[in-house]
Design a protein around this ligand. Sequence first.
Ligand SMILES: Nc1nc2c(c(=O)[nH]1)N[C@H]1C(S)=C(S)[C@@H](COP(=O)(O)O)O[C@H]1N2
Ligand SMILES: [Mo]
Length: 251
Amino acid sequence: MTDNETSYVLKLAAGRLAPPTRRLFLRRALGLGSLAMLAGCDVTDGATAERALDAMSDFNDRVQAWLFDPHRLAREYPAAMIARPFPFNAFYARGASPTVDPGGFTLELTGRIGNKTPWTLEQLHALPRETQITRHICIEGWSAIGKWSGVRFSHFLGRVGADPRARYVTLRCEDNYVTSIDMATALHPQTQLTFWFDDQLLPRDYGFPMKLRVPTKLGFKNPKHVVSIEVGNDYSGGYWETYGYNWFSGL
Ligand SMILES: Nc1nc2c(c(=O)[nH]1)N[C@H]1C(S)=C(S)[C@@H](COP(=O)(O)O)O[C@H]1N2
Ligand SMILES: [Mo]
């Protein structure tokens, strides 16, 4: 991606996602009359407008899921383009990342999964390993190319007998961060349960003991410090999604 392309993608993402922009856009594009029609109600008070906008956002998620080609691959880059040092981001400052004791750690599995036996890190590290050099794009206005290694998530989901007809996979993190993705994205060939970063064990600030690398989605849909995976049909949103970031956030 050239710098121009990056800034275009970032603008696109910001336009799609930032709630004030989205609201302005919707008001300008639709006007209150059509918003009211969409929502089947009279948009006069704030609460009703909020509900109308939520309905619009759900509609967006459905359209995006429909437009998203589950077979399209995110671009991969040469090793010479890896960003070092790689930027850090979280809802807290660098250094405040959670500390997970590798010895006692087990990954919890819940929901529509055939074998919910928790996995130790040793078992996870023994799974077939793949490496990708892809671009991480953060909604806050930066992007960087990094190298991540781990197991293809679809392989792991197959191994534990996750129900591929379920709608969502929800990932919960040691720092109480949470996000969820659609099953098509969970099964995408580049979606990776990641244990290594730039050929090192995933450093604490970058998501130890594991992260989900999803190169077809914005950075905030790439949870670090994953401790629990749930498969199910109940929509469970996420940390930034609660603040109005669009749930689908595909690239
Ligand atoms: N557990 C957890 N995962 C998280 C976050 C977080 O605050 N906590 N922030 C997200 C955001 S907004 C970004 S851009 C990336 C940053 O990942 P990095 O520190 O590896 O660059 O992590 C994502 N995953
Ligand atoms: Mo981000």
